[in-house]
Design a protein around this ligand. Structure first.
Ligand SMILES: Nc1ncnc2c1ncn2[C@@H]1O[C@H](COP(=O)(O)OP(=O)(O)OP(=O)(O)O)[C@@H](O)[C@H]1O
Ligand SMILES: [Zn+2]
Length: 672
């Protein structure tokens, strides 16, 4: 970094990383008398201000050709561990992100490095690892013993904890937490969604006598700062959080748990694009600690790592306490509609309706799953067929009962339904087409008037507090039926729930996503797993338009092996992940011609490499989003190739107009 300080020979130069999107650290002089080590938090002059930064590396006795500025101050906070520096370095390489952007993940707010004048608000209790633990079943005990052994060994291992829904995976990883606590280590538990934290927190409190620290977007600024500092100083031993918690400055990690490891929410899709699950494994490697990936429906990637001997697998084949897996019955919706046993605007089949009536009259609970928010996913003109679209995105608007408006689910756009069709101008021809959860709610009440129900989606549950209230209502049996989206599908344990109705089982199977089958299988298996977790046997009614689809049949027969075998054949034939690798490049901008032209010439300049192939370029699935046109190019490569290096070099020499935005997604999960 050029500066106005003196150029001094033979002094220490510090490579200082600034938490902004820079690829590399900048050089600063280290004053002679300053005690400092890599990982130290510092204040440096940058532009016209003084900012917080991190000392990355020290170069002793160097001669700098530039006039360097001097580090102003070393903060009193402990430095971050060297293992963390190595982890960030590797992550930057893997995700092709600027190192400075990763530091920003570590220190999202500079206020974290300030000490407030007022006394602390949050005392982090010491979990009591000697509190009495439940008696484990044979399989649980075996899994727990293997995990403890790994923790005692103090070496890196990743273990897949592969247990059916309700098998006690949480109880088993609590045992691992106990062991790590005994050894004085820190523990990080990652959850895919905030909606699952409150249940885990109360289970944790029961097991260890105190609340763990929490970390997610709804935690307030002061609490975040104190938690961040508590982690850095080693005062916080257990933290439960969303994916961003992976970047907290733990200094003594002994265990990372990634619960529901298959879940797509672990993929951060904007800014620095990364998979928190994969990066958790990477961090565990540098920390030399245990990483537990828990799931009833592990991802194909994880299964492959088990087959390759990279991960160890432990299995819990049975539900706890003799609870059995629910029966899964299919309802052929095509036939019902053909035989006119279900009207065009009805979505609850007679079989499901009868089952719901029974459940309600027997004092049990049911769940209706439909992964569509709002009232109706589309508004159509019955005269000309026009669909009402967002003006800024290439998406249909979704009708919501709450405010009576049509909403775009990708941007803020919302309008009242127009009186006239915007295409043919006819009056009163618009029809609300298809069901969302609100419409199913309406139908449920029309069919079973006495039912007590609630809707659980990201629209109705916006804060941890409303979530708490909602869960309390369900646990307290104030409702009979819960209608919801993916938010209700996983992790929850409602003992009275004995019926799950899936309204549109094959909704996820269409579309251009290479993981469409896998995602549908995981989602439906998880939601089915909410049924019959206690004494009563559960029932799942899966409404489908394609009862012969292999995914639906595998679900019905509880045959995961069959599903995986089929899915693998399909992926292997196409060299899709986990057999081959993908990097997705999306170019976007407001000038369509420029986006297309740039993308085409970019694709032309890609070096020809054995085993590599380009898919596209072509307009992205959402080819117009938030007023930007989007084109996509997929680079397919063999697993053993360092494709990032190739892509890095290729993009360095590319000419991309600065008004366009280029996004590189290594191991893309969604293809919107
Ligand atoms: N050994 C045990 N002793 C007492 N209760 C147990 C035991 N194992 C599991 N349970 C209870 O059984 C229920 C299901 O266990 P848990 O939620 O840990 O399962 P899971 O495998 O994490 O489920 P899912 O994958 O569906 O989220 C919980 O209420 C849990 O407290
Ligand atoms: Zn929009």
């Amino acid at each position: 970094m050029r500066g106005d300080g003196a150029s001094v020979k033979g002094q220490r130069v510090g490579k200082v990383l600034i938490p902004r999107p820079f690829e590399a650290p900048f050089d600063y002089l280290i004053p002679d008398d300053l005690e400092i080590s890599p990982g130290s938090w510092v204040k440096v002059p940058f532009g016209r201000s003084q900012i917080y930064a991190l000392l990355w590396e020290i170069q002793e006795d160097t001669v700098s050709p530039y006039k360097l500025k001097t580090i102003s101050e070393v903060l009193e906070f402990p430095p971050i561990a060297e293992t963390m520096l190595k982890f960030l370095n590797k992550m930057a390489e893997y995700t092709m992100s600027p190192l400075g952007s990763l530091l920003k993940l570590v220190i999202p707010q500079s206020g974290f490095l300030e000490t407030p004048k007022r006394a602390k608000h949050f005392e982090f209790g010491r979990p009591d690892f000697e509190k009495e633990a439940p008696t484990l079943s044979f399989h649980q005990a075996a899994a727990s013993a293997a995990l403890k052994e790994r923790i005692q060994g103090g070496q890196y291992t990743t273990v897949l904890l592969d247990g059916v829904t309700g098998s006690g995976k949480t109880e088993v990883y609590f045992e691992a937490i106990r062991e790590a606590l005994k050894l004085g280590g820190q523990i990080l538990v990652l959850l895919p969604e905030i909606a699952l934290t409150s249940q885990l927190l109360s289970r944790f409190q029961d097991a260890f006598g105190v609340m763990p620290a929490v970390w997610h977007s709804d935690v307030g600024a002061a609490q975040k700062r104190e938690t961040w500092q508590g982690i850095l100083k080693g005062e916080v031993s257990v933290l439960v959080g969303a994916r961003s918690a992976l970047f907290l400055p733990f200094s003594n990690l002994k265990l990372i748990v990634v619960d529901e490891e298959h879940d797509g929410s672990y993929k951060q899709e904007e800014g620095v694009i990364y998979s928190a699950r994969d990066m958790a494994v990477l961090r565990a490697q540098f920390e030399k600690c245990l990483c537990i990936l828990a799931s009833a429906t592990p991802s194909l990637e994880t299964m492959m790592n088990v087959e390759d001997g990279k991960y160890m697998a432990l299995s819990l084949p049975h539900r706890h306490g003799g609870a059995v897996m629910p029966s899964i019955e299919l309802v052929d919706m095509r036939k019902l509609k053909e035989d006119r046993n279900l009207k065009a605007e009805e979505w609850i089949s007679p079989t499901l309706q009868e089952a719901l009536t029974n459940v309600v009259s027997q004092g049990q609970q049911a769940m209706l799953f439909l992964n569509r928010r709002g009232y109706a996913p589309m508004t159509l003109c019955t005269s000309c067929g026009e669909r009402i679209l967002c003006t800024s995105c290439e998406t249909t608007l979704v009708h919501h009962k709450g405010d009576g408006k049509l909403h775009c689910h990708h941007c803020e756009y919302a309008i009242f339904p127009p009186k006239h069709c915007p295409a043919c101008n006819k009056e009163d021809t618009l029809l609300l087409w298809g069901p969302g959860v609100e419409r199913v709610h309406e139908e449920l009440h029309a069919k079973i008037p006495e039912v007590r129900s609630l809707i659980m989606t990201s629209d109705t549950v916006k804060s941890p507090k409303t979530l708490e209230g909602t869960l309390q209502k369900i646990h307290g049996h104030e409702v009979d039926v819960v209608i919801g989206t993916q938010m209700i599908a996983k992790g929850h344990h409602f003992p009275r729930m004995t019926l799950v109705g899936v309204l549109d089982g094959d909704a996820g199977l269409s579309g251009a996503d290479l993981r469409a089958s896998e995602k549908t299988y995981q989602m439906l298996h998880q939601v089915s797993g909410r049924s019959g977790r206690d004494k009563e046997k559960g029932r799942v009614i899966l409404q489908t338009y394609s009862p012969e689809h292999p995914v639906i049949l595998a679900l019905k027969d509880h045959d995961r092996a069959q599903f995986l075998a089929l899915e693998k054949v399909g992926r292997e034939a196409l060299d899709f992940p986990p057999y081959g690798r993908l990097i997705s490049i999306v170019l976007s901008g407001s000038n369509l011609e420029l986006v297309e032209k740039t993308m085409r010439s970019l694709a032309k300049s890609f070096p020809s490499l054995e085993g590599c192939e380009l898919l596209g370029p072509a307009p992205a699935t959402l080819s117009y989003l938030k007023s930007k046109y989007r084109w996509r190019l997929l680079i397919q490569s063999p697993r053993n190739l360092n494709i990032q290096r190739v892509v890095q070099k290729w993009l360095k020499s590319a000419q991309i107009p600065p008004i366009l935005k280029l996004q590189v997604d290594v191991d893309p999960y969604s293809f919107y």
